[in-house]
Design a binder for this molecule. Sequence first.
Ligand code: CA
Length: 233
Amino acid sequence: MNNPVILVVEDDTPVRNLMTTTLKTHDYKFLEAKNGSEAIMLASSHNPDIIFLDLGLPDMEGVEVIERIRSWSNIPIIVISARSEDSDKIEALDAGADDYLTKPFSVEELLARLRVTVRRLSLTHSNADKDSAIYINGRLKIDLSAGCVFYDEEELKLTPIEYKLLCLMAKNTGKVLTHTYITQNIWGRSWENDIASLRVYMVTLRKKLEAAPDAPRYIQTHIGIGYRMVKVD
Ligand code: CA
């Protein structure tokens, strides 16, 4: 993707300035909004490629901004909130946000989140072009029509739940998926037991998928929040 346009939504002027200066320095185009209604207006009128959204806005909850935008658009949304607000992040991710950035954040973190999202967008576009039933990420290959998974061309023997879990993660490469989202998709419910089971399935899946299960490359853990499939080179 060439020159994505980023919408920065933040009421705190020094933080907003830090973000826009960083974007400017790295040749990204951007738009700025100081509150939720400006954000919704700019999102619909300018169709940005990515949104950075502060969750604590003066006129409405960040989650409401996400819900309103999601009613017409899949623009990637990266939420920004303080470290102590994990439950807010989870709520935002479940409302349709793609990723999060924790305040205070560094310029490097901001740029890293942006790169992950830009790569996810190009991956989504290239997969859509091919309209293919084959998912490839690094040494991992999923043949979705045959229901087979390969690592370096060698077939992995996955249980049905492991396969379902891997496909769900793969379909959302680059996105942080919450425990609730994953268990809802796998078991159709999200009880405490299901989240405990999810952890167990993740361990067995990683043993099969990751060369070093203790330092996973494909599926990252977000402690207290969920998991993310990463695009691997
Ligand atoms: Ca704020």
